[in-house]
Design a protein around this ligand. Sequence first.
Ligand code: AMP
Length: 283
Amino acid sequence: MEVIRSAAEVRAACDRARAEGRRVGFVPTMGALHEGHASLVRRARSECDLLVLSIFVNPLQFGPGEDFETYPRDERGDLETAERLGVDLVFAPSVEEMQPVRPPEVTVDPGPLGDRLEGASRPGHFRGVATVVARLFNIVGPCRAYFGEKDAQQLAVVRRLVRDLGFPVEVVPCPTVREPDGLARSSRNARLRPEEREAAGCLFLALSEAAERVRSGERDAATLVAVMAREIGATPLARLDYAAVVDEETFEEVREITGPARAVVAARFGSTRLIDNLRLPGP
Ligand code: AMP
């Protein structure tokens, strides 16, 4: 496995592979790798020839007062994990390599999707995501890129980025990997105190309850939102940020379940903010 810091070298390696007819797979991450990332890597490994994993904690997607400084970082552990999973090339650039001018003057507007829900709670977040993903796609070039449904709104933003700016990238969505109690795997889980970790199970409980209600015939989004808010609100260490039922594509809140919809939640446990979502059963 090669560890490369330079964008030009990664581009050259990917160009070489494609010239030999090899398919490039790309898994972008912010490191602190866990089983969720591993599932993306395994999928990519099974479908591609040159497997590129990037590790970059992108300052552009963190707002003022967010956890950029304290975001979990473990490069040595990540490189061991990547090697074990069969990654061919790790791209671990410095901030200077990715953003020679800070802040960049030209950024990618994520469109209206960027202002909804997670974007409303974290102004500028999706602009930061779209900008760094565009730069990464420019470096890696034509590839299949693997993204987790855990960050469903991010996945939707990336799909639009590829569609509207014409990147030669096939976006591959991958299902959310969860702990035995349903908590979605996340690098931020490592920062939860034991009692917060236990409380965090309420996110999946809330989503599952909403899904169960839909299964038994509930169609009214406000009722589903109330169910989720009650579950999270009843958990002493949880502070609800939002609970919503949204259109699968646009992330606009719906009044009624009439088509593909997703329940989404965000809450704080101490200083750690977690998000999760679940696709709701069809009507
Ligand atoms: P991150 O390092 O948190 O930026 O995540 C990198 C990629 O891994 C993103 O596409 C995430 O959606 C995906 N990911 C993170 N956690 C999970 C999970 N629990 N299950 C599936 N994919 C995940």
